[in-house]
Design a protein around this ligand. Structure first.
Ligand code: F6P
Length: 466
């Protein structure tokens, strides 16, 4: 078996089962690597005055990680800049928030080059290289320039936007051309794959050679949809851990006589938090008879705090949560708990297990693994109901959730009412279908499908240089 090298911006080697917090990518990659004598390469999360390329390497739980520090300017122009002020809002359809700044583009290219130069000496001839997410789109191009001929795959964890949205990006063509230096490019859903294909056919004048092969820029590229899943076996174990049980008991004790509604998201404008808060407010206003039966808990650890848009949304959410409690709280009851703390995954599993309703309503989301974790944590004999945005990639698989339009607080309020009134037979029927999917299409199935497809690509390549 070839060695697998995984490359992602953020590298979170597991410290101990369950200690990792919100963020599906890190969990999935750790799970994916455990089966291989693999290497996980990326940014350390730290900065130094001058880039040195020095590697910090450690092995934990069978996963070897090698991380490198970046410069202050890299953090500003690559991570806060092109990745999180340009590509992130663009790929999540927030063109109003996109910053088009050449300096960011230069920082993005520079860091991808630095990653390639640091990684290249570690690569052995048979290694399979698997690059992850929007931070690293041009990495294969940079590696090819250094003479690397290995099979290289790329997986995009976030949505690929519609053609009309993507072309608002200056130099959009260069970005897609760089993707043709990979051997395989994977997306979360068939819908994102189609949007990419449309760009290649319409904008780049490419051709579809067969259902999984595109041709453009004088090269061919394998493409596919590979929906990411949970480490279902590990999650099931975690659910019975002392920390998960304790949290479930604690939550049950603090919600006596009430149904717990739960949301867990990084504090990000793509997650639809404002609309969700307003949907809950609307439900309270419209249903005075049901009001005191519920308690909503929203966990939203702060994220990307140096980016203005994230600071602004935080302020708006603070005000909204205060307004809801100010309007509806009573001497013995607060309808809304809003918490900006980060929790361990085993504790979150306990919280999901105590909840009657999961509210997962992103405005756009590549997949959303919180939806799958909520399903996996339910009691089969008395399961809760998942309310899920139709714009999360997960909605393509979890079709037995209550699917809603997350832009509409009214639809959210109606779905809350429907879910709270749903009889046990319907809850069980829906949950069984959801759980079956979460078990079947898990992280192992995702990894195996991608790695098998990558290993199977026939390569005819001459290196660009080196
Ligand atoms: O899946 C999207 C993503 O950007 C991942 O790449 C990342 O691990 C996660 O969200 C958290 O974001 P960040 O690394 O910027 O904190």
């Amino acid at each position: 078996m070839s060695r697998l090298i995984v490359v992602s911006n953020r590298v979170n080697p597991p410290t101990a089962a369950g200690e990792e917090t919100v963020g599906g990518l890190a969990m999935a990659l750790a799970a994916a690597l455990r089966q291989y004598s693999g290497l996980w390469f990326g940014w350390s999360g730290k900065t130094v005055p001058t880039f040195t390329g020095a590697l910090d390497t450690q092995t934990l739980d069978g996963v070897t990680s090698a991380v490198v520090d970046l410069e202050e300017a890299d953090l500003e122009e690559y991570y806060n800049g092109y990745a999180n002020k340009t590509l992130w809002p663009l790929f999540h359809y927030r063109t109003d928030l996109v910053a088009y700044d050449r300096v960011y583009g230069e920082g993005y290219s520079r860091v991808n080059r630095r990653f390639a130069e640091t990684l290249a000496p570690l690569i052995q001839p048979d290694d399979l290289i698997w690059v992850h997410d929007y931070h690293l789109i041009p990495l294969a191009r940079e590696l090819r320039m250094l003479g690397i001929k290995n099979r290289i795959g790329f997986f995009l964890h976030v949505p690929w936007p519609a053609h009309q949205v993507f072309t608002t990006l200056p130099r959009h063509r260069q970005l897609v051309e760089a993707m043709f230096d990979y051997d395989l490019v994977g997306f979360q859903t068939a819908e994102y794959l189609q949007a990419f294909e449309e760009y290649v056919l319409v904008e780049a004048g490419g051709a579809q050679l067969n259902p999984d092969t595109l041709k453009a820029f004088a090269r061919s590229l394998k493409v596919g949809a590979f929906p990411i899943g949970l480490d279902a076996a590990e999650f099931a174990r975690m659910l019975h851990s002392p920390k998960a049980r304790r949290m479930r008991d604690l939550m049950t004790a603090t919600t006596v006589f009430r149904h717990l509604v739960v949301g867990v998201d990084r504090l990000d404008y793509s997650k639809g938090l404002e609309e969700r808060f307003m949907g809950f407010e609307r439900f309270l206003a419209d249903n005075p008879d049901m009001r005191r039966e519920v308690l909503m808990l929203q966990i939203a650890p702060v994220s990307r705090e140096s980016v203005d848009a994230y600071q602004e949304i935080r302020g708006r959410l603070d005000a909204l949560s205060g307004r809801i409690n100010g309007e509806f709280a009573d001497v013995d009851w607060n309808p809304f708990r809003y918490v900006n703390k980060n929790y361990r995954r085993d504790e979150l599993a306990g919280i999901y297990g105590a909840a009657r309703l999961g509210l997962v309503t992103p405005l756009r989301d590549g997949m959303n693994l919180v939806a799958k974790e909520f399903v996996a944590a339910q009691n089969p004999e008395d399961p809760g109901v998942l309310i899920l945005s139709r714009f999360a990639g997960a909605a393509r698989q979890l079709t037995d959730a209550l699917l809603i339009n997350p832009n509409s607080p009214e639809e959210i309020a109606d779905a809350l009412k429907r879910a709270l009134s749903m009889d046990k037979a319907e809850r069980i029927r829906r949950w069984r279908a959801l759980f079956d999917n979460v078990q079947r299409e898990d992280v192992t199935a995702w990894r195996d499908a991608f790695v098998t497809a990558l290993a199977g690509v026939r390569v005819k390549r001459t290196a660009l240089a080196g």
